[in-house]
Design a protein around this ligand. Sequence first.
Ligand code: NAP
Ligand code: G4F
Length: 361
Amino acid sequence: MDNIINKTDNSLRGKRALITGITGQDGSYLAEFLISQGYQVHGIIRRTSIFNTDRIDHLYQDPHQSNLPLYLHYGDLTDGTGLRRILQRVEPDEVYNLAAQSHVKVSFEQPEYTADTVAMGTLRLLEALRDYMEVAGKQVRMYQAASSEMFGASPPPQNESTPFYPRSPYAVSKVAAYWYAKNYREAYGMFVASGILFNHESPRRGETFVTRKISRAATRIKMGLQDRLYLGNLDAKRDWGFAGDYVKAMWLMLQQDEPEDFVICTGESHSVREFLEECFSYLDLRWQDYVSIDQRYFRPSEVDYLQGDASRAREKLGWSPQVNFKELVKMMVDHDFDLARQEKILQDAGHYKGIRGIAYG
Ligand code: NAP
Ligand code: G4F
């Protein structure tokens, strides 16, 4: 099925963007942002046995309505033929490659699959795009979701000149994807820009990433729905920003005269312990009373300290983050406290099924 909303009417709107990974955290914010800019947005979604469109359902409209800004296409980064077909159908002006097996710890358990989606998937998309551009005779701009994980063991502050020292199968695959993107830019003159984004979070963050795991647990503990929170390395430091700010930088990168790579970050770093402290104290709780360490959440090799320097993005893109650390924590805790309240109501009414899968990440 090419489009689960409606037939594409390319005459109706301005620029067309294709987003891989539209059902993820960043994909949902980017889709919102591009729609607000007047884009016709197309997203690639995977076929799953239960719905995976929670994060974009609010953008989804009645299929019988015309002039829809959002179109969804079944596809997968492991399926090059499908990607080619989608490109031909959508005829995009911009492609945002956000799809990935994006969990670092999981990448140690599924290294081949991670390489297949993150590294090979990017290569498949670049190849499909190269051929499409030749046949269509048009330039299509592509954004590649690179990651601060690529810096790994390189000491902070990290910027565009910092050497890569990846510490996980995920990070190695992102480095490969980064170099594929750069090579296609140099070899074929393609407009491909990689955004080296540091960790960015939101109320839509996957629940097995540490920030959301903490905000969900703290609020559930406050509501009496959970007793303990099990975590791994509390000493790791991350440069955490707000995803809604970061998707604007992705778009800005594709509006430049020349394709270039940019580090996107806040320039401020905090440990997992500090995130815990901020979250729990906002709820008038002492995290030390509820947190236990579980070895299963440690990685075979860790990234200890990420703190970026986004000077280039500030100067050339005019981009700077709008949400600071405290505001980010507050936003996530406020959101998850509402969820916990809803869970409590269900539990009191005897309809509560229990929390899903938090133990996995
Ligand atoms: P996310 O929430 O995990 O979303 C990943 C998206 O990729 C989902 O839509 C997922 O689909 C899709 N996907 C996974 N495997 C796929 C495949 N084989 N084919 C097609 N789609 C597939 O990730 P995110 O936080 O939004 O991050 C977006 C991108 O930025 C990722 O490439 C990530 O590695 C990178 N990045 C993220 C951060 C960060 O801090 N968030 C920082 C730097 C870089 P389902 O919904 O069906 O699972
Ligand atoms: O939240 P995390 O799982 O994110 P991580 O590994 O930094 O990766 C995220 O950011 C990258 C950008 O730098 C992205 F490329 C990537 O796709 C992803 O979005 O872990 C953050 C830190 C790690 O040091 C981890 O060891 O938190 C530590 N941690 C401690 N306890 C934990 C836990 N992480 C998780 N997920 N679960 C824990 O229980």
